[in-house]
Design a protein around this ligand. Structure first.
Ligand SMILES: Cc1cc2nc3c(=O)[nH]c(=O)nc-3n(C[C@H](O)[C@H](O)[C@H](O)COP(=O)(O)OP(=O)(O)OC[C@H]3O[C@@H](n4cnc5c(N)ncnc54)[C@H](O)[C@@H]3O)c2cc1C
Length: 469
């Protein structure tokens, strides 16, 4: 006999727990199923542990630069990787315990540990248990892709998950993938003291960003001694004694990179292949992402998909926003939608990249008549005072409607400063509102109004109907 609930939630990522508690607090009986670590990717193998380690790497970097600030360290700076890992484990562990404790302590929530599997559109199995509910919410997240590259089965490799167990300093960390995850680990381990090579198939790093962002990020990493190999179209892996050789088909540089450890950072795939979705009739796309509408309903009535597994976002904040959308629709008679949100995220190298809205390339592609303001961080007093002047800030606006179209803040505090732009975008106010705001001195954000007062036509964008600058 199946146990009956009002709702079943599969996965305790960034949407599931909040939705479970919200539903339970309205009196619904809720079953929550988790097969591994409470809190999912962000808490255990993603944002929280990596940003905790980024903080350790930043401390090492600043300590090495201490003399520039007139501070004597009195010897070479070394990193104790076991303590770095212990600190990371403590921060991550506290968060994991918090999620689990919250769920278990909430009245009307029953927690099941194990692999959830659809038996039908209304029935889930977990171990020997059968659960049934009229509403099922899928929050199963994703995992690292292991690409079918030549030699992959012959060499040991790490992913973002197994990196969490590293409590030693790799002699030479070779990272395949020059995007967000690869760059964060790359700079971090370089700062810990490893030699690092990032191998990227494309012609530039983080190719979704504008070229000036990619180029500056590359300069920042190379200035710290990270080796970057681009245009690596054909990567072949093999054992070389105790080490790993990555054959790199590049136009320049040696054809083989030999490292002590290999990290794969080439993308993510949804955890939908072992969920039995076919028994429920839930539609997926070619890559396994669950198809959802603008309010996160799947193709089967009574089943929703939230977080990374629906392919509509790949961040903690998009998953949490999914929870807010579903809760608003079901409980608050508020028809919130995915399409209400504005793209926003950060890349946590140091200095960080804060991004919102469109890239310049997207603005140009959309045919908007646009203006852009750009300022190097060398002309931001707060950055100069802090001795952290790498990067730049830029903001694009529509020349006709005055709406802000997008921004990139690659510089100290960029992950925070971006929000003063993002919030004005949400308010749908013209950029002139932000331009006239009085900001606090000395901050990085105080230059945002200044930049908006120095706008120039965006090169490549339409200047009038049908022509380009
Ligand atoms: C290295 C790294 C760094 C990142 N840094 C950031 C960052 O700085 N900022 C940011 O916004 N995002 C970051 N992300 C992305 C972020 O971690 C995810 O977008 C976020 O965790 C949202 O995930 P989710 O809610 O979709 O599910 P997840 O957090 O992936 O959780 C899904 C849960 O479902 C469970 N599960 C899966 N299948 C089943 C099943 N069949 N039965 C039972 N349980 C199941 C899993 O065990 C897991 O606990 C990072 C990701 C990585 C890999």
């Amino acid at each position: 006999m199946a146990k009956t609930y009002d709702a079943i939630i599969i996965g305790t990522g960034q949407a599931g727990p909040s939705l479970a508690v919200r539903l339970a607090n309205t009196g619904s009986k809720v079953a929550v199923i988790e097969r591994k670590f409470f809190g999912g990717t962000c808490v255990n193998t993603g944002c929280i542990p990596t940003k905790t380690m980024v903080a350790s790497a930043y401390a090492a970097h600043l300590a090495r630069r201490a003399g520039e600030y007139g501070v004597n360290i009195g010897g070479p700076v070394t990193v104790d990787m076991r303590r770095v890992k212990a600190r990371k484990d403590a921060v991550s562990g506290q968060s994991r315990a918090g999620v689990e404790g919250w769920l278990r302590a909430t009245k009307n929530v029953t927690v099941y540990e194990g692999q959830a599997h659809f038996e039908s559109a209304r029935e889930i199995s977990v171990g020997l248990e059968r659960l049934t509910a009229p509403r099922i919410f899928i929050n199963v997240g994703g995992r690292a892709v292991v690409p079918a590259m030549r030699g992959i089965d012959e060499v040991p490799y790490l992913t973002n998950s197994s990196m969490m167990a590293v409590d030693f300093l790799p002699r030479h960390l070779v990272i395949v993938g020059g995007s967000y995850v690869g760059l964060e680990f790359g700079q971090m381990f370089r700062r810990f003291g490893s030699e690092v090579t990032i191998i990227e198939m494309g012609s530039r790093l983080i190719s979704r960003e504008d070229e000036d962002v990619s180029a500056t990020v590359r300069e920042i990493l190379e200035a710290e001694g990270v080796h970057i190999r681009l245009n690596a179209e054909c990567i072949a892996l093999s054992k070389r004694g105790d080490e790993i050789a990555a054959g790199v088909d590049c136009t320049n540089g040696p054809p083989t990179v030999v490292g002590s450890h290999l990290l794969l950072a080439v993308g993510r795939r949804p955890n939908t292949d072992d969920l039995g979705l076919e028994k429920a009739g839930v539609e997926m796309d070619k890559r396994g992402y669950i198809a959802v509408d603008d309010q996160l309903r799947t193709s089967v009535s009574g089943i929703w998909a939230l977080g990374d597994c629906n392919g509509r976002g790949a961040f903690t904040h998009t998953s949490y926003n999914d929870y807010e959308i579903v809760a608003a629709n079901l409980l608050d008679a508020d028809s919130r939608r995915v399409s209400d949100r504005i793209q926003a995220y950060a890349l946590y190298i140091d200095p960080p990249l804060g991004r919102c809205g469109w890239t310049d390339a997207q603005v140009i592609g959309a045919g908007r008549r646009a203006l852009v303001g750009k300022r190097p961080m060398t002309r931001v007093a707060r950055a100069v005072e802090k001795g952290e002047t790498q990067g730049f800030m830029k903001i694009a606006v529509d020349a006709d409607t005055k709406e802000i179209l997008g921004a990139a803040i690659l510089g100290v505090g960029g992950d925070e400063v971006i929000h003063c732009i993002l919030d004005v975008m949400y308010s749908k106010a013209p950029y002139t509102v932000l331009q006239r705001a009085m900001h606090i001195h000395p901050t990085v954000a105080e230059l945002v109004p200044t930049i908006l007062g120095e706008l120039q036509p965006l090169i490549g964008a339409t200047t009038s109907a049908g022509s380009a600058a």
